[in-house]
Design a protein around this ligand. Structure first.
Ligand code: FAD
Length: 663
């Protein structure tokens, strides 16, 4: 039996971004002893990078706003594939979550009359994003951290121990959710610094690990985004929903190469920035799709007037949902009208005075000045699409955030699927984290309380298997030699295309680079059937090779080892994305097929679910060369009639299937 540190908690939250921290606060406030685990230092989660703001229909800047308008915008943005109940709860509860943050100490930018200021963003009918300059995520995390410290101080006064009811385990990575039968029994992980293994036993686990962007070469995402929570859920037996939907943000930096992909916030366009091609044209006017025609300006003059008089003019098409803008930029570059480094121009310098740019977009000003030596108050930025967000995720119950099929497992934040349908609107993630982080924390605490003393025990055999799996990269060389001698192992059956791979240990960094290139080139912003088939073959080859990913040295802070372990997750998630993208023969939101370029109403009510082919999720999973994922279709739950009634019939006709319209 492997000797590991063990502790018992009521609720374990994996991830300390906005979703994880909000879940932990809620669970602790409802009486659950709660542990939070994160890969990086406490306070350094991806949420910190969020720039533009938190979408919430508070109606501070335009009195016309309310939750129904927000719900409508969210469904339009997601092309009606959103899990509608989530979109409803999100729109209704987001304002409360923002006000709550303020009572916990968040300092938002203000309107002239002292209310929380709200800014315009793509796809939102009214100014809706509560913000702190372009550093909103930092303030959100700071506030939640402060709240956690306040709760710990409260606990200290009562118990003499700050960490008696709420403890943060930083720089620790979870590699397995443990189960007893169908039920969650805890998590297995390692400390990144020492390499020591640990088990936290708990009847309820909340996954809030964020996204998957590091599977793609050009991405705005940080190093933490290796799809861990998605993979942990899959391996625990929970399905992933609609993984084909990956958001490519239209405006990432394109130059210099070392910073390619870093985000240029949508606030730049929300505050008046415009997109131009190499011929100086504001090309977005040529790319307004039929479903949005009535809502967007027809001329530059009308679009410009909208910033000052939104009630009598329509918004400029630079503020279309992200999928539309990203496709348009891609098309302009392809047509030879791109900027020198393969993007297009985004200009604020001719649109507002230098001091306004510096005040409203301070991070962008410094980002371009320091990283690209471009002064955005005097010249245009070069921008192009970058992999930014995954709409697909763990299939959850809308009200409770419970993962499907695994009692005791919950998911919130970017790792959860459904809320954003096929495309997320900017600002809707930070509000999603708060709304569903809170719900996940609440229901996890209730689940734990409901277990009484009869909690699922941790199975020692699972701990042994998880430890062996984690240690495998250290013995890759020996294993490869054994396979070489016996002729056994990878490559002996079902050879992936390209011939038998070498049996030498593989370098995890090389594998990661090949994976990123594959996903970028073959399952990127514009997809084609033969390329996705090619991607699946390449992924099979990489999976076989990844089993021989080997590292040298020891377990004390060893980044090569960490990456070797992360590869399992990125490969699993990438296979889900590629399989689902191949299956969905239409274009919708963050899934664009060159060979099926129209959005098909017949696909409107179809969800694609990915699950492990080996439902036990055993460490010795299925033969890697054959693929590990099975894909099934399911019909979505019909949208409740009173919510459908919020839309004009003419609009619904563009989206819903014949049967849905008839009903
Ligand atoms: P995160 O904040 O990423 O937290 C994930 C946590 O999980 C981290 O603590 C990480 O260490 C931990 N973790 C991961 N794997 C493991 C593991 N195996 N074991 C233990 N811990 C693990 N959205 C908006 O709504 N508005 C914006 O203005 C906005 N701006 C953005 C700007 C940028 C540059 C980017 C990249 C994104 C932006 N987004 C924005 C999107 C938004 O920031 C993210 O979707 C959101 O922060 C995700 O939060 P989360 O809590 O789900 O995950």
């Amino acid at each position: 039996m492997t000797v590991v540190d063990r502790q018992e908690w009521d609720v374990v939250v994996v991830g300390a971004g906005g979703a994880g921290l909000r879940a932990a606060i809620e669970a602790r406030e409802r009486g659950a002893r709660t542990a939070v685990i994160c890969k990086s230092l406490f306070g350094k989660a991806h949420t910190v990078m969020a720039e533009g703001g938190i979408a919430a229909a508070m109606a501070n800047v335009n009195a016309g706003d309310n939750w129904k308008v927000h719900f409508r915008d969210t469904l339009r943005g997601g092309k009606f594939l959103n899990q509608w109940r989530m979109a409803e709860l999100h729109a209704q509860e987001a304002p409360q979550r923002v006000w709550e943050l303020e009572t916990w100490g968040a300092l938002f930018d203000r309107t002239q009359d002292g209310r929380i200021s709200q800014r315009n963003f793509g796809g939102h009918e009214y100014p809706r994003l509560a913000h702190v300059g372009d550093r909103t995520g930092l303030e959100l995390i700071r506030t939640l951290q402060q709240k956690i410290v306040a709760l710990q101080q409260e606990d200290f006064r009562e118990t003499g121990d700050y960490e008696s009811r709420l403890k943060v385990f930083q720089e620790c990575t979870v590699t397995r959710v443990l189960k007893n039968g169908r039920h969650v029994s805890g998590v297995f992980g390692y400390e990144r610094e020492s390499g020591r293994f640990f088990v936290l036993q708990a009847p309820a686990v909340v996954l809030s690990t964020g996204g998957i962007g590091k599977s793609f070469k050009v991405t705005s995402n940080s190093w933490e985004y290796t799809g861990d929570g998605h993979a942990l859920a899959l391996l625990a037996g929970a399905p992933l929903l609609n993984m084909e939907f990956v958001q490519f943000h239209p405006t990432g930096m394109v130059w210099p190469p070392s910073v390619k992909g870093i985000l240029v916030t949508e606030s730049v366009r929300g505050d008046g920035g415009v997109l131009r091609n190499s011929e100086g044209e504001r090309f977005m006017f040529d790319y307004v799709p039929d479903v949005f025609k009535e809502k967007y300006a027809e001329s530059e003059e009308e679009g410009d007037r909208w910033y000052d008089d939104p009630d009598h003019n329509r918004r400029p098409p630079e503020l279309l949902p992200r999928d539309e803008v990203a496709r348009a930029i891609n098309a302009e570059v392809k047509a030879g009208r791109g900027s020198p480094h393969g993007g297009v121009f985004l200009d604020v310098s001719t649109r507002m005075p230098a001091e306004v740019v510096k005040r409203r977009l301070p991070s962008m000003y410094h980002q371009f000045k320091e990283l690209a030596d471009v002064d955005i108050t005097a010249e245009a930025m070069e921008v192009g699409p970058t992999c930014h967000y995954v709409m697909g995720g763990i299939a959850v119950d809308s009200d409770t955030a419970a993962a499907r099929g695994v009692p005791g497992l919950f998911a919130a934040g970017e790792v959860a699927g459904g809320m954003h349908g096929s495309n997320r609107l900017g600002g809707n993630s930070l509000s999603d984290l708060l709304v569903f982080g809170r719900r996940a924390g609440r229901h996890a605490a209730e689940h734990a309380a409901g277990q009484g003393q009869e909690r699922p025990r941790v199975d020692d055999a699972q701990v042994d298997a998880a430890a062996a799996e984690a240690l495998r990269p250290f013995s890759a060389e020996t294993e490869a030699e054994t396979e070489e001698k016996t002729g056994a192992g990878a490559g002996t059956s079902g050879e992936p295309a390209g011939g038998p791979p070498s049996r030498m240990p593989e370098n995890p960094y090389t594998l990661h680079q090949e994976l990123q290139q594959t996903m970028n080139d073959l399952v990127g912003i514009i997809r084609r059937e033969h390329e996705m088939e090619q991607a699946l073959r390449k992924l099979a080859e990489l999976r076989v090779r990844a089993r021989r990913a080997g590292v040298e040295g020891h377990r004390q802070f060893n980044p090569g080892w960490h990456l070797a372990l992360d590869l399992r997750n990125m490969l699993l998630v990438s296979e889900c994305v590629a399989r689902a993208a191949l299956e969905r023969t239409e274009s919708r939101g963050g899934h664009t097929r060159e060979d099926h370029s129209a959005m098909e109403r017949t696909w409107r009510n179809v969800n694609l679910l990915c699950a492990m082919a080996d439902p036990t999720g055993g460490v010795a999973a299925t033969a890697p060369e054959r693929g590990q994922i099975v894909l099934t279709r399911e019909t979505t739950e019909p949208i409740r009639p009173d919510l459908l009634a919020l839309f004009e019939k003419e609009e619904l006709v563009k989206y819903l299937t014949e049967e849905e319209l008839y009903e």
